[in-house]
Design a protein around this ligand. Structure first.
Ligand code: DPP
Ligand code: ZN
Length: 848
């Protein structure tokens, strides 16, 4: 397959003035009739000599093609067609036939439960009709849909409609990846929103009949997002209508198509009986994310797909700010960092590491990664820390005014910051260009009242990038004196060298440093610290993130010592955690987070970083031992917390109630280890919300008492796909390591298992991959099961197949036997005839 390079970017030879599309929908033979006004692109004048009229097209059956009314015969070229076109404005018309019912890849126009829908990002529009399917070609679209289905939707504002047809008009020029169409038997949950300048916008959440009772939360989240973007970023909505549609079969979480967001139903449908608190929070965040794209992504889009982080990093950053404002800022920060370390650091430290702005790719779908999204968002956070809140606000205002309606680059983005703040961001740009997670370490000294912190940074090589330059790193530091008072409030140190010292004067005693407060940069902080200092920070740090981090460090140290020396759990950790749990002045959500343990995969990565070979089974056992020791040490407090944090008020997914439930469920998890599932059974029997019911089910499975509850849960929820996804997952994630692959194998034979629904596939095989000791079972049965299923999925859905191959990305960490087993599966995958471009690229990169 061909590799595409950033350095080869050239503007398209033509501009598009207007797109008119007519869809005659039919399951196996939809006709798409297009009329597109082209003109030579003045921005591509240098190409005037050898202008190429190339249009993308994939799997299209051409019926007729015309230029200015005259039939033309195209030349077939890789990825599309080429035509001879005039050196002046002209109209291109095409009629093509496509087969949405046969489209299992879920890219382009496809069908899901009798409903037509589209997914065009990144390169799906070329499966709908011939078009310059690239994000720097923007045009207004007028769409007419002809179908007997009752609800016919597209982008923009509604136009004329009647029996069997509907017209839509989108005045905002947009790239084809933001095109959308939906047709189906759908029910609206309607509402309205009045923008701050007084425009009334019709809002709808469209769902299949039966789901109409699960839309209210998404609608509330949408209205909150619209208000928040006005208040915080000064961004107002710009059409008469905003539609959201829930679709069961969807590769991603959701899609920000202009005026017509299409969502994976898991990211919209919510009710207390069927959704957990975590589901509610995720839905609120994704609704916000897609809505915020209207400005950061749609009004200002990307010049090419190398710039994907321009819209994704910024929009993730914005949705995180929104969630922090709606809920708890420290809790949001902590959970984001857990996720960043679990997914992005894992990627950044393995064969799939790539810069936040990559410089080459084979298949762009493979770059919708934690690095582009989550590290991309971290870069925005660092920029904001470096230029300050005011500088950030000024830069964003300039960005919106200067670039509205344009397709932009990271250079454009950094330039507005440079101009708005007068700061040179040359060194900062390395964050976009160089992959890998910097290791930051420090030493301290104290002399005559002067305290010196000396930092070192170093980034290990990543594929294709052996040498790394020092980055600019904002390091938030505070100092505490030995009795716990803060003697130096948070200061932002700006590290620009490979090694650099910072001093603090006038201190009476040697302070205790609190470094990288709020996780001020996406780095691995390597610092040997004694247990006592960590326990001190867990008790006294004024920065909530670092308090949590101190607890996490203690847990990690204890686990590493158990693994290395066969020691028992560290009592200092248990004591420090116990004091925190007992402290009712502490937010329950925060205490629940402090009770969390690092991921087993994080421990494996840390061991690998230290030059050791992780043993997934031994890690699992160490976690079990530690959890058991905690359950025994915390019996009294667990019983008290469980009773104290039962919510008696009517269910609400708000931060306060979900924090209480999180802590009560964590307490239940501890009690469960000692009472053989008695309390969990009681909770399962009486639960009236999914958060309680699922926590109880998972606890019962963990102690081998889950059979009856698993059966009952299925009977209760068999008609609800999203709940049954949970039923699939929880049985696998809760299985013992030697059984996880067998449970997953058995579930792939269940009548409700289907390859064609990405959510179900992820709930089963993805759940196995997230059970490190089960997936990495020494027999290799986990690897074989995943590979079998990926081989079966690839011809149906390359995008989801390639995404799930990342489960193998850590293979070089492991012992020779496991490496050989994984390598054999990767090679078997790669040798599969007709393997997709997506999967071929992914497996090749993983093999290295
Ligand atoms: N739908 C994906 C997202 O919103 C891709 N744009 O991030
Ligand atoms: Zn996005």
């Amino acid at each position: 397959p061909e590799t595409i390079y950033l350095k080869d970017y050239k503007p398209f030879s033509y501009t598009v003035q207007q797109v008119d599309l007519l869809f005659r929908l039919a399951a196996n033979a939809t006709r798409v009739i297009s009329k597109i006004a082209f003109a030579p692109n003045p921005q591509a004048e240098d190409q005037a000599e050898n202008r190429r009229f190339f249009l993308h097209g994939e799997g299209l059956k051409p019926i007729s093609l015309k230029i200015d009314g005259t039939p033309v015969t195209p030349r077939e070229v890789p990825g599309g067609i080429e035509l001879d076109a005039p050196d002046a404005p002209f109209t291109f018309e095409a009629e093509v036939e496509i087969d949405p019912a046969a489209n299992t890849a879920l890219e382009g126009l496809y069908m899901s439960n009798g409903m037509y829908c589209t997914q065009c990002e990144a390169e799906g529009f070329r499966k709908i009709t011939y078009y310059p399917d690239r994000p720097d070609v923007l045009a207004p679209f007028d769409v007419r849909i002809e179908s007997d289905l009752p609800v016919l939707l597209s982008n923009g504002n509604p136009g004329t409609s009647g029996p069997g047809f509907a017209e839509w008009s989108d005045p905002w020029p947009k790239p084809a990846y933001l095109f959308a169409l939906v047709a189906g038997d759908l029910i609206a949950h309607p509402d309205t929103f009045t923008t701050r300048s007084g425009n009334t916008v019709d809002l709808n959440v469209w769902v299949r009949p039966g789901d109409e009772g699960k839309c209210a939360f998404a609608m509330e989240s949408l209205k909150k997002s619209m208000r928040w973007d006005e208040e915080v970023y000064g961004r107002e909505y710009d059409l008469n209508t905003f539609n959201i549609v829930a679709v069961d079969d969807f590769n991603m979480g959701a899609m920000e198509n202009k005026g017509l967001n299409i969502f994976n139903s898991s990211a919209v449908l919510a009710s207390s009986e069927t959704s957990t608190d975590a589901n509610f929070e995720r839905i609120e965040a994704i609704i916000a994310h897609e809505y915020f794209h209207n400005w950061t992504g749609n009004r200002i889009t990307c010049r090419d797909w190398f710039q994907l982080c321009l819209k994704e990093g910024l929009t993730v950053f914005r949705d995180a700010q929104f969630t922090a404002d709606q809920r708890s800022e420290p809790v949001k920060r902590i959970t984001d960092v857990i996720d960043l370390r679990g997914r992005q650091f894992r990627e950044d430290n393995g064969p799939l590491a790539h810069p936040v702005r990559p410089d080459s790719f084979v298949e762009i779908n493979n770059f919708y990664t934690a690095t582009i999204y989550e590290k991309g968002a971290e870069l925005i956070g660092m920029l904001k820390r470096l230029v300050g809140d005011e500088g950030y606000a000024k830069a964003l205002d300039l960005y919106f005014t200067r670039h509205d309606g344009e397709a932009c680059t990271i250079e454009d983005w950094l330039t507005v910051f440079e101009e708005a703040t007068g700061r040179d961001l040359g060194q900062f740009k390395r964050w976009y260009e160089q992959a890998g997670t910097p290791r930051l370490s420090f030493t301290e000294s104290f002399n005559n009242g002067t305290y010196t912190l000396t930092f070192k940074q170093q980034t290990p090589p990543t594929p294709g990038q052996p040498n790394k330059d020092p980055r600019v790193i904002p390091i938030a530091v505070g100092l505490l004196n030995p009795n716990g008072d803060e003697v130096q409030p948070t200061t932002m140190l700006e590290m620009t060298e490979a090694e650099q010292s910072f001093t603090f004067d006038g201190l009476a005693t040697k302070p205790i440093p609190s470094v990288l407060r709020g996780f001020s940069a996406p780095v691995i902080l390597e610092h040997e610290s004694d247990t006592q200092t960590r326990a001190f920070l867990l008790a006294h740090d004024t920065d909530p993130f670092n308090r949590w981090q101190a607890g996490r460090d203690l847990a990690q140290e204890s686990l590493l010592t158990m693994l290395r020396d066969g020691a028992g759990p560290d009592n200092a950790y248990l004591d420090a955690l116990l004091s925190l749990l007992r402290d009712d002045t502490q937010d329950p959500a925060f205490r629940a987070l402090a009770l969390g343990l690092p991921g087993q995969d994080d421990i494996a990565q840390t061991l690998a970083d230290q030059g050791q070979t992780p043993d997934p089974q031994a890690i699992w056992e160490a976690f079990e031992t530690l959890k058991h020791a905690r359950a025994e040490a915390f019996q009294d407090v667990a019983t008290r917390l469980y009773a104290q944090y039962q919510v008696t008020a009517p269910y609400s997914p708000d931060a306060e109630q979900s924090g209480a439930r999180a802590l009560a469920n964590a307490a239940m998890g501890m009690i469960n280890r000692l009472d053989g599932g008695a309390l969990a059974q009681k909770q399962f029997d009486s639960a009236d919300n999914m958060t309680q019911q699922l926590a109880a089910l998972s606890a019962l499975i963990a102690v081998g008492k889950g059979d009856a509850a698993v059966a009952r849960f299925y009977d209760q929820w068999q008609a609800d796909r999203l709940v049954i996804d949970k039923w699939f997952s929880v049985q696998i994630t809760g299985a013992r390591p030697d059984e996880a692959a067998d449970v997953a194998q058995r579930l792939t034979q269940h009548p409700d298992f289907t390859m064609k629904n990405p959510n179900r596939f992820r709930a089963t095989l993805g759940a196995l991959a997230m059970h490190p000791a089960g997936f990495h079972h020494a027999s290799g049965k986990g690897y074989a099961l995943l590979a079998d299923n990926l081989i079966a999925l690839d011809p149906l859905n390359p995008q989801t197949t390639a995404r799930m191959c990342t489960s193998f990305q850590t293979w070089r960490r492991y012992d020779a036997d496991r490496q050989a087993l994984i390598k054999a599966q990767l090679e078997r995958l790669l040798a599969t005839p007709d393997l997709s471009r997506d999967t071929t690229e992914m497996v090749s990169r993983i093999l290295g």
